[in-house]
Design a protein around this ligand. Structure first.
Ligand code: HAM
Length: 426
């Protein structure tokens, strides 16, 4: 009986993995320019971190975590997102004590959520995310938004929409929360079972409900923007002002509430408007959080960040028909026939690889014609041919597969010759 990969996971095979490498490299370079440095945290953490960090009332914690007991009887969870782990590490390593604030991190790695798989929704997916901790300056909110957008634009995507909201500070949220309860309470019995619980625990979540989306009370729900106090309103205005300064367009959606509990002030999502992108149009999301560092035992420190899955980025590239500049060719393929030639070819391959040239050869004892066929299939730019005669005369035949030209080169000169051909004589 064959064994398949678990539902909601995928193998990334050659042909696709080059695309992953390409986008990852571009994202790392983008982070270098914005001066965000890489952090790598464990793939599993104590379950309590996510219960406290992501929030007990969220779908992620209630329904989607891969939680298990390890052999020592501790409850651990495969990380469903990156922010809680980054904040845990920030506190544990006392980074808040460093003079270089804000602390600006990025991460790329697998995350796990037990969701119903569909296009753009996996159970294991790779998130690229950033977090800036230790600054309350609205300019850094704008910086995070700019980086988030650039991470798509620089890949060549254009059907993008930045949707922005403010969830305000604690005082504003409290006022809005009370207004939401007053508004939805008369309809309590008409709401889904989850929303009835949400109404008590975190009424903002009701606005995000997929089941009750079309309930008439949704359209008339009180808007957070009407409940922002002066500080929150001014904060939001500044963020918008900085976006205007950079010429970044956005739209305001007062119903944008994120699926995690830790947000206040700035909350945003980037959507794809590309035709054929699929039912889920959100590419990425993020926002500002204040209580999180304290929640895991650190001093009052706020942060802002965002995350996106590379799966959805690649889906958007496909939907917009963006061709990534990926070179799938092979520099050299060595064709050898005869025992002596085989030995020399092993030596030449080793020498050229050390010189920075990409080389492959036959390992199946194929006939010469079949070796040529393989070279062709692999897209070899040059085929290097060694037979008994060449070995005897200490030469090697080099065929340029583009021009069809063939040249005999002294074996001693092959490295220099190939370097000239492929690396421009470096
Ligand atoms: P999130 O909205 O839960 O936020 O996820 C962010 C992004 O991760 C989504 O927009 C989507 O691109 C991707 N994603 C989430 N779930 C899946 C899935 N099942 N399959 C494929 N992709 C998925 C966070 O995770 C926050 N930690 C973002 C953040 C960082 N906020 C502040 N800092």
């Amino acid at each position: 009986m064959s064994i398949n990969a678990p539902r909601g996971t995928q193998d990334i095979l050659p042909g696709a993995s080059e695309k992953w490498q390409y986008v990852e490299k571009k994202l790392v370079d983008l982070c270098r320019r914005y001066h965000y440095k890489e952090i790598r945290t464990p793939i599993f953490e104590h379950t309590e971190l996510f219960q406290r960090g992501v929030g007990d009332s969220t779908d992620i914690v209630q329904k989607e975590m891969y939680t298990f007991e390890d052999r020592g009887g501790r409850s651990v969870t495969l990380r469903p997102e990156g922010t809680a782990s980054v904040v845990r590490s920030f506190v544990q390593n006392k980074i808040h004590g460093s003079p270089n604030q804000p602390t600006k991190y990025f991460y790329i790695g697998p995350m796990f959520r037990y969701e119903r798989p569909q296009q753009g929704r996996q159970r294991q997916f790779v998130q690229f995310g950033i977090e800036a901790l230790g600054s309350d300056d609205p300019a850094i909110d704008a910086e995070v938004l700019a980086l988030a957008l650039d991470s798509y634009r620089e890949m060549g995507l254009s059907s993008l929409r930045l949707v922005l909201n403010s969830l305000g500070d604690l005082e504003s949220r409290e006022a809005h929360r009370n207004a939401l309860i007053r508004h939805f309470d008369p309809h309590r019995d008409e709401l889904c079972a989850d929303c009835q619980v949400r109404l008590d625990q975190n009424p903002l979540r009701v606005l995000d409900c997929k089941k009750d989306r079309d309930h008439p009370a949704m359209a008339t729900a009180p808007s957070i923007l009407d409940y922002l106090n002066t500080y929150s309103k001014e904060y939001f205005d500044k963020v918008k002002e900085y976006l205007d300064v950079m010429g970044i367009e956005y739209e305001i959606d007062p119903n944008l509430v994120r699926g995690l509990d830790y947000y206040n002030h700035t909350a945003f999502e980037i959507m794809s408007d590309a035709e054929g992108f699929g039912a889920i149009t959100t590419l990425s999301g993020g926002g500002r959080y204040t209580g999180l560092v304290e929640e895991v035992g650190g001093p009052a420190t706020s942060g802002i960040g965002f995350a996106m899955s590379l799966e959805r980025l690649l889906m958007a590239l496909e939907a917009e028909g963006v061709e990534l500049p990926i070179d799938e060719e092979l520099d050299c393929y060595l064709v050898a026939l005869g025992e002596e030639a085989e030995k020399v070819s092993v030596r030449v391959a080793y020498q050229l690889r050390k010189a920075g040239i990409q080389v492959d050869k036959d390992y199946l004892g194929k006939k010469m014609k079949a070796q040529f066929k393989t070279a062709d299939r692999l897209g070899a730019k040059h085929v290097l041919i060694l037979g008994d005669r060449e070995v005897e005369e200490n030469v090697i035949n080099v065929k340029d597969m583009v021009s069809g030209e063939q040249k005999e080169i002294p074996l001693d000169d092959i490295e220099t010759y190939m370097k000239n051909q492929l690396l421009g004589g470096e």
